[in-house]
Design a protein around this ligand. Structure first.
Ligand code: SAM
Ligand code: SF4
Length: 460
């Protein structure tokens, strides 16, 4: 009999990818995805621990699930509650203590064991008060070897995890502790999964990794050949017929090599848009963050990409109020933003994470962080508007991936990851079509279908 599975995903795209793989793992047990927790037999919260707020949300959702689980039991049914992802890894048994109704706590590196964990929970009758199962070790085996070979179709724009974990240990970041050591999947496995995704309808693939440009996977086909870097992997992926667009995220400035820059010059399928987090424009703060590069090195890197491909646009991440950040440091961040000109960016107040070095250092006052964030966000918003405005009059290839809010409207992505709203027939869903951009807003642009087949002036 089919059982109902609800997965709530928090945080980054890596978690989104992991959630799709959890559903793949549980399908042979008869679980099919549903869209609400109320009706589910198994609820999984796939959590994020990157900032304090993200972790807090999990406990409030668990409170809501306790009510649902009790109500289900009162009618003779059963709801199994599982917590995975980075909060599960970081807090482990603490989750079972604070939320005893949780049946399973598992980490990002043990989710391939979910079918076994769920089966073990179901062996014990619901009426018997059993202690929740905890599986948050970093196993010797890699989960990628144990996941189902065929990934579920993801639609026209798919994500594919190629690298996981991180050895950089930035002062503020929990990822090295929750995701573990850096690991790259063999290139052959990545190519196989990409071919499957394309066969199932994907025309765009975003390669994922916590530090994706540290990728160093075993070479495809020839075991004695040298490992492949990300640039080489992109070249090989671009040869898959029907794969029109490639992206990758998230990169570290310190791991950009010549082959990656060259891929932006040589591979037309690689989109001219790069998310390259810099975090701060102050060398003093960058050193305290253990980022291992300077602000000028970042400026030079951007120039290298722009030389390789003139229409490159950039996005970044910023943290304001890292311990000890002064007004002078913050002014250096604003200067860097002014020098580069970002097409979009994410910015956050520093949030102390237990167990990380920065959490022990002297903290910047909350009001100061908030004031600096407001100034930075205003500047970044102005740059985003300016970039969107600069696209007016251009004809850009747009990959339509979802219906719009009004009937007769579709939404797609430009090469620069802008949402593009267009009046277009449903038949255009899943296709790559030239669009003349006519209007620009803060977070999206709008245009009309361009009928001339030879019209696209940027990359396809
Ligand atoms: N690996 C990427 C890199 O090298 O920058 C980013 C990983 S993290 C999932 C995404 C972003 O969250 C970071 O770039 C950083 O700006 C932000 N972030 C991470 N830890 C944070 C913290 N403790 N407080 C505030 N923001 C944080
Ligand atoms: Fe975290 Fe990224 Fe630094 Fe790794 S490189 S520690 S994932 S911020």
């Amino acid at each position: 009999m089919s059982k109902r599975l609800y997965i709530k995903t928090y945080g980054c795209q890596m978690n989104v990818y992991d959630s799709t793989r959890m559903a793949d793992l549980l399908a042979p047990l008869g679980y099919r995805l549903v869209t609400a927790s109320d009706e589910a037999d198994l609820v999984i919260l796939n959590t994020c621990h990157i900032r304090e707020k993200a972790a807090e949300k999990v406990y409030s959702e668990l409170g809501r699930l306790r009510v649902l689980k009790t109500a289900r039991a009162e009618t003779g049914g059963r709801m199994v509650v599982a917590v995975g992802g980075c909060v599960a890894q970081a807090e482990g048994a603490e989750i079972l203590r604070r939320a005893p109704h949780v049946d399973i706590v598992f980490g990002p590196q043990t989710y391939h064991r979910l079918p076994d964990l769920v089966a073990r929970v179901l062996l014990v009758p619901a009426a018997v008060a059993a202690k929740g199962l905890l599986d948050t070790e970093f196993p010797a085996e890699t989960k990628f070897d144990l996941l189902p070979e065929t990934a579920s179709p993801q639609g026209v724009a798919a994500i594919l995890s190629v690298q996981e974990g991180c050895d950089k240990f930035c002062s503020f970041c929990v990822v090295p502790y929750t995701r573990g050591a850096e690991y790259s999947r063999p290139a052959g496995d990545v190519l196989r999964e990409a071919r499957d995704l394309v066969a199932a309808g994907a025309r765009e693939i975003t390669l994922l990794g916590q530090n994706v440009n540290a990728y160093h996977g075993a070479a495809a086909g020839n075991k004695s050949a040298r490992e492949w870097g990300l640039g080489r992997l992109i070249q090989a992926l671009a040869e898959i017929p029907g794969l029109d667009r490639l992206r990758y995220t998230t990169s570290h400035p310190g791991d950009v090599d010549d082959a990656l820059v060259a891929a932006h010059r040589d591979v037309p399928q690689l989109m001219p848009f790069l998310h390259l987090p810099v975090q701060s424009g102050s060398d003093r703060v960058l050193a305290a963050m253990n980022r291992k590069h300077t602000a000028d090195a970042y400026r030079r890197l951007i120039e290298r990409f722009r030389t390789a491909r003139a229409d490159m646009a950039f996005s970044s991440d910023f943290i304001v109020g890292h311990p000890d950040e002064s007004e002078v440091d913050f002014a250096a961040t604003l200067r860097l933003v002014g020098d580069i000109g970002f097409a979009q960016a994410f910015s956050f107040k520093y949030s102390p994470r237990p167990g990380t070095p920065a959490a022990q250092a002297s903290q910047v006052a909350e009001e100061l962080k908030a004031a600096r964030l407001a100034v930075l966000q205003e500047m970044l918003a102005t740059q985003q508007r300016r970039f969107n405005d600069s696209c007016r009059g251009r004809i850009l290839p747009v990959l339509f991936d979802r219906p719009g809010r009004h009937s007769g409207q579709l939404i797609g992505r430009s090469p620069y990851l802008q949402s593009v709203h267009v009046e277009a027939p449903d038949g255009h869903l899943g296709t790559l079509v030239p669009v003349r951009i006519l209007a620009a807003g803060q977070n999206s642009v709008a245009g009309t279908l361009e009928m001339r087949a030879d019209a696209v002036e940027a990359s396809a």
